[in-house]
Design a protein around this ligand. Structure first.
Ligand code: SF4
Ligand code: SF4
Length: 298
């Protein structure tokens, strides 16, 4: 079983559209939507939910009013400004749940044991069926954190399904950026496909993401979406990527059929199978398969 993670240094590069097409090209992969802060793979794949459960990624503090003596210790100690003070009420101190980072300091030092420190529900996760294979996905609650833990949960559930059903590939739609959820998405993966676009910001964000995968020693491959919109920048991106040990897996032409496919809620390789973008995506997938079959991935 091989796990291929698709990431991008920034949002809006076409990463999720590409994953939807790769899902259609792979033979019954397990799909994992790890872009949990803004999950949207379900918009194309229309999963049918089979299992759903609460996700608890941390703890939240709350003051038990009947025990609190308003000593102010929690207010002094909280480094996240989550404890507020209002002398016109009793108790004087309250904890704002959405600002609480769950460090537990206030609870530990409260002289009256007046602070509850309980597991909080931060979202839900799902196992679903799609046209192309089983899918694990999740939804983080509004203003909730711990997306890195949620990503780890989604990946581990995808692995369990792949092992149980003896499926060859796990395709991960990773989050954009280089933060904690991205690190949680790529660590231990067999290969990372970095999707970028030929713009100045695309080039800059690619450099950051390449540095990240190099740090974790994960084999990384490059895919330039809409590469023909700015050939000079595309060539620069390819050169820089290769200089950093990142090989080119594919170039995808700018193609309006991608928008058509999105409107139809279909992967472009299904919506217009012989369109330029569909041809390029198919070639990219073939390259990835060659790389894997040559055992160049871990
Ligand atoms: S430390 Fe405990 S007793 Fe003191 S104000 Fe906070 S909750 Fe109340
Ligand atoms: S648990 Fe930490 S972040 Fe939350 S209120 Fe207490 S000290 Fe502040």
């Amino acid at each position: 079983m091989k796990e291929i993670v698709v990431i991008s240094g920034k949002g809006g590069t076409g990463k999720t559209s590409l994953v939807a097409s790769l899902a259609a090209l792979a033979e019954r992969p397990v799909l994992a939507d790890c872009d949990v802060d803004a999950a949207d793979l379900h918009l194309v794949l229309e999963p049918e939910i089979k299992h759903s459960a609460e996700f608890s990624g941390g703890k939240t503090a709350s003051i038990q009013t009947e025990k609190c003596i308003s000593c102010g210790k929690c207010f002094q100690l909280c480094r996240f400004g989550a404890v507020s003070k209002d002398e016109s009420r009793q108790p004087v101190y309250t904890i704002e749940a959405t600002a609480c980072e769950g460090c537990g300091v206030c609870s530990y030092f409260c002289p009256e044991n007046a602070i509850d420190f309980k597991s909080s529900v931060n979202g839900r996760w799902f196992i679903s069926d799609t046209r192309y294979g089983p899918m694990v996905h999740a939804k983080l609650g509004i203003a909730e954190e711990n997306s890195g833990k949620m990503v780890s949960l989604v990946r581990s559930q995808a692995k369990i399904i792949a092992e149980k059903e003896k499926l060859d590939y796990i395709l991960v739609d990773g989050p954009p950026g280089i933060g904690c959820p991205v690190i949680a998405s790529v660590t231990g993966a067999d290969a990372v496909l970095v999707v970028t676009e030929p713009t100045v910001s695309g080039q800059h964000d690619l450099e950051r993401v390449v540095e990240l995968v190099r740090h974790f020693k994960i084999p990384a491959y490059l895919c330039i979406n809409k590469f023909d919109l700015n050939l000079e920048t595309s060539i620069n991106i390819e050169k820089k990527a290769m200089a950093n040990g990142v090989r080119l897996a594919g170039r995808i032409r700018y193609d309006r059929s991608v928008t058509f496919a999105q409107v139809k809620k279909l992967p472009v390789v299904v919506a217009i199978a012989n369109s330029p973008a569909a041809q390029d995506i198919r070639a990219t997938w073939d390259n990835i398969m060659k790389i894997i079959n040559n055992e160049e991935c871990r």
